[in-house]
Design a protein around this ligand. Sequence first.
Ligand code: FES
Ligand SMILES: [Fe+2]
Length: 417
Amino acid sequence: MLDRPTPAIAELVRARRPGFMLPAGLYTRQDAFEADVDIFFHRHWIFVGFEADVPEPGDVCAFDVGRSSVAIIRDDNGLVQAFHNVCRHRGARLLDAGKSTVGKLVCPYHQWTYELTGELAHAPHMGRDFDRACHGLRKVNLRSVGGLLFVCLADDPPADFEDLALTMEPRLAPFDLRNAKIAFERDLVEEGNWKLTIENNRECYHCAGSHPELNVSFVAQDFGFDPAELDPAEAAAAAAHDAEFERRTADWEAMGYASRAVEHLAGHATNFRVQRLVIAGAGESQTRDTRVASRKLMGSIMRADLGDLHFWTHQSWHHYMSDHAVVMTLVPLAPDRTLVRAKWLVHKDAVEGVDYDLDNLTHVWTATNAQDGALVGRAHKGVSSLGYVPGPYSRFTEAYLDGFDTWYVERMTANGF
Ligand code: FES
Ligand SMILES: [Fe+2]
């Protein structure tokens, strides 16, 4: 078995059968992982955080991805820009990952000092003839869409990102995320490949068996089911829910809140989907009791019953509700390790302990992320085993996984594999 030649990544990509999972090596191999990082995290637009991560001048946030790192900086004029987190002297990494507040950026190595605008301000002992103007920090492509920050490390970013921006800017506007407050964030490392994290996220087939907290507010049926398996009573309940979903969607649209699904999946470079979903129970928020967690609603929103604006990209998933938002971003760390960063946002004036209880705000997705992390670890163990053969997706409950894998194969092929 050990003598068998290792197939090229391109062979594994071509071997993927529509309707089935990916060949094992695409989840487990180091070379496939490096190709993934290069293609999906360096050449595509990735979601890296919020303007609210750097709310004041001098606030910086370093986001490490693959072998690179991006410094997101708000300058004294309030402008947010992104730069390669690399000193122009001998290339030292300027900032450690995470958030800080600075007057200027000072390289820890030889103290080259940069303005918040990226210009080089001081470079000791470089001589009077040294041209500082040519040694500012290198910019990274950055777009803010409704306060969501996307970067692309490539020189020629995919142009169809414009579709995402045009779709999401008006949908996000009522939440005024540019002025929201990040109430809490939590990092979790899942012991699995990043594509297993996304595949797990694209279905609610596993919700009934794994997510008691989320199931209170989330309607798994909206992510598909086999109608032939329902008894007459269940079929009637499903039909009633579908009718209610349609009625609520029409109401939201009539109020000016775009709610119907927009999908840019296979066939597009920039992968995203958005739809406003009905929240179960009282219909307000993904909380223990499905009521708002924050009594100060987001942005300009005046009513608590606007459902869940559910948005995803190829490396993030988002829930925007009347009272708060919860957003997960993933960063691949290794073939079998994936960072999942969760952030909860509220109105900038919402006060912890007064307007919201932090435990109530974070309860559902803290539990859900931990449960999902365990499932992804379990999936990775199986996929890494000799007994694994790519299994079939349910056409009822796992169509978005099939679509994700199809998109993955398309993008790998388009990028030379
Ligand atoms: S590497 Fe940054 S100052 Fe020398
Ligand atoms: Fe889940």
